[in-house]
Design a protein around this ligand. Structure first.
Ligand code: CA
Ligand code: CA
Ligand code: CA
Length: 320
């Protein structure tokens, strides 16, 4: 079963070279290889939003009901995706919320539902109201097995940011909860279950039918963590049951890949220094589509690049 994923556009390739997963070394003509986590999902409010809806949109809440603020500063909204909502061009219903932020502040958004598979898109003020926007930030799942959608993003522009609360697949309808806040630089995510890079990771999982997939068809398990600039990380993905392939996505959407560490097809490894603070995503996947089986994923932090600029309390690691 192949579920359209938030991950990558990639071409089939007969050789042991994964050109399309190497956007970091992207050159002219390889734009198709960029990670486009639904970045190509267009939003077409001018076509779909009825005039009456704009009043609700300008009030900061479209399609939602209920409103409260908790002790962490999150504003909570209850809403639902339903027939009659405006839709993304890819067919998902979407509700639109707005939030004001200044450069240097961070925006944290978490969307939860027991009825749909939530998906969040955060659009900077510079993004047009209509159409795609390369600067938008997407998230489908906080972790594999945890369908909360989560964004924690440094606001590099002043003004009104749009939060689109939508679903992973077209046509999903049901109730959801959305919580969002704006916090000052140096604050760490307050959403439960966000892993900190400094805490490392020891995970055992499996690629299996029903997992989300890259556009090129490979099953993928995603692990999200918060990292600080200058942290040095060593990440190992191992399997004796399939040919593992490891991808690390940075907050700026750049990526690092490894298929085989020192020629070992059962071992992928990345050694890197995190370039900026923000949310990183590890994708444990396979070399070829359809491969399945158990794996172990280990991440350790430390070394010369240990963070000196981190502030706030570390977020306890909680593997979902
Ligand atoms: Ca999701
Ligand atoms: Ca899996
Ligand atoms: Ca491999």
């Amino acid at each position: 079963m192949s579920i359209p994923s938030d991950a990558l556009t990639s071409m089939a390739h007969p050789l042991r070279i994964r050109i399309c997963k190497f956007a970091r070394t992207q050159m002219a003509g390889e734009a198709i290889c960029s990670p486009i986590p639904k970045a190509m999902r267009s939003f077409t409010p001018s076509f779909i939003i009825p005039i009456v809806a704009f009043a609700a949109l300008s009030a900061g809440c479209f399609g939602g009901s209920g409103n409260s603020t908790d002790s962490d500063g999150f504003t909570s909204k209850g809403g639902s995706l339903a027939s009659g909502d405006d839709t993304l061009t890819s067919g998902e219903f979407a509700d639109d919320y707005s939030i004001t932020a200044q450069p240097g502040q961070w925006i944290e958004v978490v969307m939860t539902s027991s009825e749909i598979d939530p998906y969040v898109i955060l659009k900077p003020p510079s993004c047009p109201d209509v159409g795609t926007c390369e600067q938008q930030i997407d998230n489908d799942d906080l972790q594999s097995g945890d369908t909360r959608a989560f964004v924690f993003h440094s606001a590099d522009q002043a003004g009104s940011w749009n939060i689109l609360a939508t679903s992973s697949s077209p046509g999903e309808a049901g109730a959801y909860d959305l919580a969002y806040r704006v916090v000052e630089a140096g604050t760490t995510p307050a959403t439960a279950g966000i892993q900190n890079a400094a805490d490392g990771l020891n995970a055992a999982g499996a690629l299996a039918a029903g997992d989300k997939t890259l556009d090129s068809g490979e099953y993928v398990d995603n692990y999200i963590f918060f990292g600080n600039a200058g942290q040095s990380m060593t990440i190992d993905l191992r399997s004796s049951e399939f040919d593992p392939y490891l991808i690390l996505f940075a907050p700026d959407k750049s990526q690092e890949d490894n298929d085989d560490y020192q020629g070992d097809q059962s071992h992928s490894q990345l050694v890197t220094v995190l370039a900026s603070a923000g949310m990183y995503r590890l994708s444990a996947t396979s070399y070829a589509s359809g491969e399945s089986g158990a794996y172990t994923l280990n991440m350790t932090a430390g070394g010369a690049g240990a963070p000196s600029t981190a502030s706030g309390d570390a977020v306890p690691f909680e593997k979902k």
